[in-house]
Design a binder for this molecule. Structure first.
Ligand SMILES: [Zn+2]
Length: 410
């Protein structure tokens, strides 16, 4: 067993804290203002750093990372991005996908995330080698990051057409290959409720989580989220179900937001707010009073829903400016949803882990020793400044350490 002492840092509130971790059980074994060093243990100097639970990225698209040059979307609209990707996807090269995804995961680890859930687009015209490349990355990074893969099965999925049948057949193929969760964007299918039903049934059949792009529409009459809640309850998928984006919920009347949020809490559905991409894609047709496109985060939190946040798209046709940095995601959620720094970091870290079904991490004895220490006097300063100076631990082992050197006069 190797134990490590994270010494000299502060906690989120800025109070002195030492943390002892060990790498066999991968847990935190002691927490206190000052801990005596045990002979032989390694000391990780955290002077000037805030020690926090590590982040988890609940929603990214590693197959698309850094493709903005090959697949531009001049309109900046959602449908422009969908078309740009459909045009580009058949020319994807598996080795290139693997290289881009691997680099992005390592960026995430450096920046403080030790778990990542990625979507991979799957439809009849896409080469399965793309999925295999991402599954290969999952194995390659296992020592430093738990990567979960969601098959993002593209509509049409419900109905009798030949394409829908071919797309549906891919669900079994991808589950056989080993995806962790079943995903889709059902609101873009002809019959969203039928699509949700067949996806939920497949999740039960294959014993997988379900994680849907529930809607990216500013239309307040969209009710896909309620159909999802009903399906999750019908199929007993509570606790393994995630609703991404939920943009329409942010546009609805307060009482509707409250009742839908209560339904999600009851059904055991986690929500993922994704401001980076939604700020970019939504609201372009409304030049005055432009909506933010962010879901009703406060109402969801008040109802007891697990609310996570992440980057979604990184330099791709859906968003040219996303970054593999959970501190960016948390800062943007704080700004757009009016959350305190503590609430925003919880969304990017502990709640994201919960949405991925992972054991809780943090500064508590017995918790998973997945931690990030970042420059700052407290969480608020760390979030405001987003310093690159970070030390990241997964399962009690240091998996990344970034130092910053500035040369005077340079
Ligand atoms: Zn997405």
């Amino acid at each position: 067993m190797t134990s490590r002492l994270l010494a000299g840092g502060v906690d989120a509130d800025g109070d002195r804290v030492d943390v002892r971790v060990e790498d066999v059980t991968g847990t935190t074994t002691a927490v206190g203002p000052t801990l005596d060093r045990v002979p032989g243990e390694e000391v990780v100097d955290c002077t000037g750093l805030v020690v926090l639970p590590a982040a988890a990225e609940p929603h990214v698209h590693l197959d698309k990372v850094a493709t903005i040059r090959e697949a531009p979307n001049p309109s900046g609209e959602l449908m422009g991005a969908v078309r740009a990707w459909l045009d580009h996807a058949p020319s994807l090269d598996a080795a290139d996908v693997r290289g881009r995804a691997l680099a992005a995961v390592d960026d995430y680890v450096r920046n403080g995330a030790t778990a990542v859930r990625t979507n991979v687009n799957l439809h009849a015209t896409i080469d399965l080698q793309v999925l295999e490349a991402i599954l290969d990355v999952r194995t390659a990074v296992a020592d430093r990051c738990e990567l979960q893969v969601v098959g993002l099965f593209m509509p049409p999925l419900s109905g009798d057409g030949e394409v829908a049948e071919a797309n549906r057949a891919l669900i079994d193929v991808a589950c056989e290959l080993g995806i962790d969760a079943i995903g889709s964007a059902p609101v873009t299918d002809a019959d969203p409720e039928a699509t949700i039903e067949l996806l939920a049934a497949a999740a039960v059949r294959w014993d997988r989580a379900i994680d849907l792009h529930i809607d990216e529409t500013l239309d307040p009459t969209s009710r896909t989220l309620l159909a999802f809640a009903a399906a999750v309850e019908r199929h007993g998928l509570g606790g393994r179900a995630t609703a991404g984006h939920c943009v329409s919920l942010g546009m609805q009347a307060l009482d509707e937001q409250e009742s839908t949020a209560a339904r999600l809490a009851e059904a055991g559905i986690a929500a993922v707010a994704l401001p980076t991409t939604n700020l970019w894609l939504q609201g372009r047709a409304q030049p005055t009073g432009t909506p933010r496109g962010v879901t009703a985060v406060r109402r969801l939190l008040d109802a007891g829903v697990v609310v996570a946040t992440g980057s979604d798209n990184i330099e791709d046709p859906f968003c040219p400016l996303g970054r593999a940095d959970p501190f960016d995601a948390a800062r943007l959620l704080s700004l757009t949803a009016h959350l305190s720094p503590a609430e925003a970091w919880a969304a990017a870290s502990t709640s994201s882990r919960a949405s991925l079904g992972l054991a809780a991490s943090g500064l508590a004895v017995g918790g998973a020793a997945d931690l990030v220490a970042v420059a700052g006097r407290d969480l608020g300063e760390a979030l405001a400044r987003g310093s690159a100076r970070r030390t990241v631990l997964k399962g009690g082992r240091v998996v990344a350490r970034t130092t910053v050197t500035t040369t005077a006069g340079a």
